[in-house]
Ligand binder design. Structure first.
Ligand code: ATP
Ligand code: MG
Length: 544
């Protein structure tokens, strides 16, 4: 596995210290997604951090499905999560499901009851909330707090066997209703949910809460450093309390870091699911989605994503990363890898009136001037070609160097052409240009007779392949605010590509001259028609 993340960060320093002092004799990390949605770019940060940290110190990383909430979880998500982690280039050591440990967790809960550290409470969820107190006022003890150990053991057993309805009873830790940390005010450890679980079916009708399950899962798997996001900082005393009082053999420690937030990006499975369910996008892998599967379909490479999240680094304070920084990394990655070719997106026909009818020729074109190893290709040229509509203006402003009546431009890889006549339809729209070419000006020859300022891309009309271009803008207008969905985030345009694109495969990536980087869309491309996603434009004002 590659591990380019050699820069130091505070988590590494903790690991180094722990290994040196003998606190731990090895390092085991885990990536613990809840299978309630597809992974997003924020998860990529956690994946890279966990896998590369363990790898750097000869340790191991598990993939663990944190599947303690049967109502929201699904096999589909388990499958997609595995696929995404693998696609990023990581191989987990152990594969675990929290649900594999439900029996062990239950036994630990029984242990807490026996130590008088947990009790069955009949208060409703609302009553529990109301009696929890505030940051300035202590909570009120539950009237059920002093049930005997025997009574608690019996009631908890009956919760398990399904005698009670959802919400009728919970198991709570007996800690301190006056604790300044609200998470320590007798938190709920188990709830009743008569629901089928994707893994355990109908075996259980009580499910452990995250704060109880997570430290136990870590301990059962032998995880040493349990890395999570900052929201869990206030839960750490509870994490340590569970580890201590459940007397687990392994003693994992929780470390928090700042989650990745990005401009114009929703970074929550729940909110992304809403976009899918409400039909704003064509699935979790819509190329506008910040999901790993969406970004993959958009044409991003694992290298670009990894380099991006490595560059952001690991910190203790929340911030918002400019989405253009991510774009910078895909540009960097594709610069030398993607062949450069010509696509005309909004075509305008040009007839080269002095080019012999019925004839054509092949022209040499470099595939990537910045990477000569990519070789050359041959592109056809004949009497009729397409150029971009935006490359012609009948009445141009000053400093317009493209086509206009009487002006001469260079056709990339071909000849100079001069515009002589503009053909319009009845509505006055320009439908065709008549030009002449100068055979002396062929690209690659040492013609020095005169210079022109504009260079246009084009395709040969007869042999060009029709193609669809899907152009994207941010899905979210402002900084990730809900309900600010950009209504213009997708534009579907029709045009042409060079004929040698007939061999293009799903997910092949190209730089279309002046338009940007594109890939062949895996969902909409058919034998009849190539469909391209715009990955990113060629340039941005963003500086790293
Ligand atoms: P979401 O709210 O999107 O569901 P989550 O944190 O609930 O996110 P989990 O499936 O529980 O999602 O997360 C798995 C791991 O990924 C956790 O360790 C979590 O801390 C980490 N993670 C989730 N979102 C981010 C993010 N934006 N940046 C960094 N790490 C993240
Ligand atoms: Mg979650």
């Amino acid at each position: 596995m590659e591990s380019n993340n050699k820069s130091s960060n505070f988590i590494k320093n903790i690991v180094i210290e722990d290994l040196k002092s003998g606190n731990y004799d090895k390092i085991v990390t885990r990536f613990p997604p809840e299978p309630n949605g597809y992974l997003h770019i924020g998860h990529a940060k956690s994946i890279v951090l966990n896998f590369e940290l363990a790898d750097e110190y000869g340790g191991k990383t598990n993939l663990r499905f944190d599947d303690t909430n049967p109502l929201k979880e699904d096999e589909e998500f388990v499958k997609s999560i595995k696929e995404d982690v693998k696609w990023l280039g990581f191989d987990w050591d152990g594969l675990y499901f929290a649900s594999d440990f439900f029996e062990e967790m239950y036994q630990k809960a029984v242990m807490l009851i026996k130590k008088d550290k947990a009790y069955v409470c009949d208060l409703t969820a609302e009553q529990i909330r109301e009696t929890r107190g505030t940051l300035t006022e202590p909570g009120t003890e539950s009237p059920y707090r002093n049930r005997t150990v025997e009574e608690n053991l019996e009631l908890f057993q009956r919760m398990r066997t399904g005698e009670f309805a959802d919400g009728e009873k919970v198991l709570r830790a007996k800690i301190d209703m006056a604790s300044p940390n609200l998470n320590m005010r007798d938190p709920v450890l188990y709830r009743i949910a008569h629901a089928s679980h994707h893994n355990t079916g109908d075996k259980w009708c009580i499910y452990p809460m995250y704060d109880f399950a997570h430290p136990l899962e870590d301990a059962f798997e032998g995880v040493t450093h349990s890395i999570c996001t900052l929201e869990f900082e206030d839960h750490r005393p509870l994490y340590d309390w569970i580890i201590e009082h459940c007397e687990t053999e392994e003693k994992p420690k929780q470390i928090e870091f700042a989650r990745l937030n990005m401009t114009n990006t929703l970074m929550s499975k729940r909110k992304l699911k809403q976009l899918v369910d409400d039909g704003y996008v064509d699935g979790w892998d819509d190329p506008r989605m910040p999901t790993i599967s969406g970004i993959r379909r958009r044409g991003y490479t694992p290298e670009a994503i990894k380099n991006f999240v490595r560059e952001i680094g690991v910190s203790k304070s929340n911030s918002v990363v400019d989405v253009r920084m991510m774009e910078h990394f895909i540009r960097e990655d594709l610069k030398l890898k993607a062949p450069r070719t010509m696509a005309v997106i909004n075509p305008l026909k040009v007839v080269i009136t002095n080019y012999p009818e019925g004839e054509s020729e092949m022209l040499d074109a470099e595939n990537n001037p910045e990477n000569p190893d990519m070789g050359t290709r041959q592109i056809p040229f004949s009497r009729e070609i397409y150029v971009e509509q935006e490359d012609f203006m009948e009445n141009p402003p000053k400093k317009y160097f493209r086509l206009f009546p009487g002006n001469e431009v260079r056709l990339k890889h071909a000849y100079f052409i001069k515009c002589n006549e503009v053909i319009k339809d009845e509505g006055g729209n320009v439908v065709e240009l008549h030009c002449t070419y100068d055979p002396e000006t062929k690209s690659g020859t040492d013609f020095t007779g005169r210079k022109v300022k504009g260079t246009l891309h084009w395709v040969d009309a007869k042999s060009a392949l029709p193609a669809e271009f899907r152009i994207y803008e941010a899905l979210i207008d402002e900084e990730g605010e809900e309900n600010q969905i950009n209504p213009n985030s997708l534009e579907v345009l029709q045009g042409f590509v060079e004929p040698n694109m007939k061999d293009a495969k799903i997910q092949d990536k190209f730089q279309f001259f002046r338009h940007g980087y594109f890939n062949v869309d895996p969902k909409y491309t058919t034998d009849e028609k190539l469909v391209f996603n715009k990955i990113v434009s060629l340039k941005s004002s963003f500086k790293l």
